[in-house]
Design a protein around this ligand. Structure first.
Ligand SMILES: *Cc1c(COP(=O)(O)O)cnc(C)c1O
Length: 411
């Protein structure tokens, strides 16, 4: 007997129609028939539900920003622009996409450790806020602002002296390429003020993919404390503080949803007792995967069913070139199974243990390892969930000449 490995929890909110997984009221087989396979399907209803839940849980007046690197698909991005208070970008390419999607420049902020001069210039001319990551970058931005005769809007990205506990990707605490060390912040802000540029405040991002409400609460408290300390040293109130984000989603067996109600209550309490220097500051959090991750499904058709030494392999027409993270090759140490299902037999009970693999000629291309699934045949459709963030955009689509998957945005 082959030992079955569990798969991650399937996000709630998906329907079954005629025994099949349905997204936006359409059966998986119909979606694939119409749009081809492999296919990313993003659900507007799921996004709307997620944003409504966030609004209800978070303190009133807190801005919600979307970190678009999680999913820049233009129709989805256009929809997100209408749902959130700001778009966080991390490249000149994302700047163009955010503007094309209708985001107002004053609602865009631009972070990233390696901004080129041409990107800084376009950002300054467009009037977006630049999260300055180093004294060198500040100097370049001020010079470009003077050259194009436009006042740059500059916030300081701070490298915090703490990290988000239990986070999948640490972005603060210790030596980092992101943001500037605490002792550099006040001198750089003074330089901005002396140059009569528009100092917008701070951006403090301590990590990603945390599921523990307590860890997020602790980080938000530390972030507010640090921001107050920095503002006091500068002697001026920051107009805006981006508190980071880090809310994760459950990808793996045993993972649980972040208790956002608990996080929101704790943050509302913090806001009640803000030090004077932050009393007129506008606060934001920035989220990528939490907003869009569970709203996306990757569908891929089974092209072969084979048995090797007693083990069943379902070979699909997609793979790690679209789903690098699900294959376990994007920032994970031990490979675990993402939530997966046979979409075309969504209502059937598991009958056998199978490995679901992609079509690439590499042993890395495994979408699910020894998972319990209903019996599936050639032509059946596999669904990999949690595909709305860091799927299409963070996978090597050109590997082995495969090319990108089709993406669609449904009702
Ligand atoms: C990547 C990134 C995010 C989004 O992270 P998620 O884990 O998708 O929420 C937010 N802010 C910054 C600065 C980032 O680099």
């Amino acid at each position: 007997m082959i030992k079955t490995k569990p798969t991650g929890p399937i996000p709630s909110g998906y329907d079954t129609i005629g025994g099949e997984l349905a997204i936006g009221g359409q059966k998986a087989s119909a979606l694939v028939q119409e749009n081809g396979s492999p296919l990313f399907v993003y659900s507007r209803a799921m996004l709307d539900g997620r944003l409504a839940a966030l609004r209800a849980a978070m303190p009133e007046g807190l801005d919600l920003h979307y970190a678009m690197k999680a999913n820049p698909f233009p129709p989805l991005l256009r929809h997100m622009v209408g749902l959130v208070d700001g778009i966080d970008i991390a490249s000149g390419g994302e700047l163009r996409m955010a503007l094309d999607a209708g985001a107002a420049p004053e609602k865009i902020s631009f972070a990233g450790p390696g901004k080129r001069d041409d990107e800084l210039q376009r950002a300054i001319q467009a009037g977006v806020t630049i999260n300055i990551e180093s004294p060198g970058e500040c100097g370049r931005a001020l010079k470009i602002g003077a050259a194009v005769d436009k006042k740059p809007r500059l916030a300081i990205r701070v490298n915090p002296d703490f990290d988000l506990k239990g986070s999948g990707m640490k972005m603060g605490g210790g030596a980092k390429p992101f943001g500037m060390d605490i002792e550099l912040v006040a001198p750089v802000v003074n330089q901005i003020l002396e140059a009569r540029a528009d100092w917008r405040g701070f951006h403090i991002f301590a990590g990603s993919q945390a599921l523990s409400a307590d860890a997020i609460i602790e980080t938000q408290a530390q972030t507010l404390e640090l921001a107050a300390r920095l503002a006091t040293a500068i002697g001026q109130s920051p107009a805006h503080i981006n508190l980071g984000g880090g809310f994760g989603i459950p990808y793996f067996p045993g993972d649980e949803q972040v208790d956002i109600v608990k996080v929101g209550k704790a943050l509302a309490d913090q806001f009640k007792y803000l030090p004077d220097i932050l009393s007129s500051t506008q606060f934001a959090i920035e989220l990528g995967r939490y907003m869009v991750g569970e709203a996306g499904v990757y569908l891929t058709r089974i092209v072969d069913r084979k048995v090797s030494q007693g083990q069943v392999f379902l070979v699909c027409d997609g793979g790690l070139h679209h789903q690098l993270a699900a294959s376990g090759n994007f920032g994970t140490v031990v490979r675990r199974n993402y939530p997966a299902a046979i979409a075309s037999r969504f209502d059937q009970q598991p009958e056998e243990t199978v490995s679901i693999v992609g079509c690439l000629c590499t042993p890395l291309d495994r979408l699910s390892d020894n998972a319990a699934m209903p019996r599936a045949e050639v032509g059946d459709i596999v669904a990999i969930f949690c595909a709305g963030a860091y799927g299409a955009t963070a996978s090597p689509a050109n590997f082995l000449g495969q090319g990108a998957a089709t993406e669609i945005f449904v009702g």
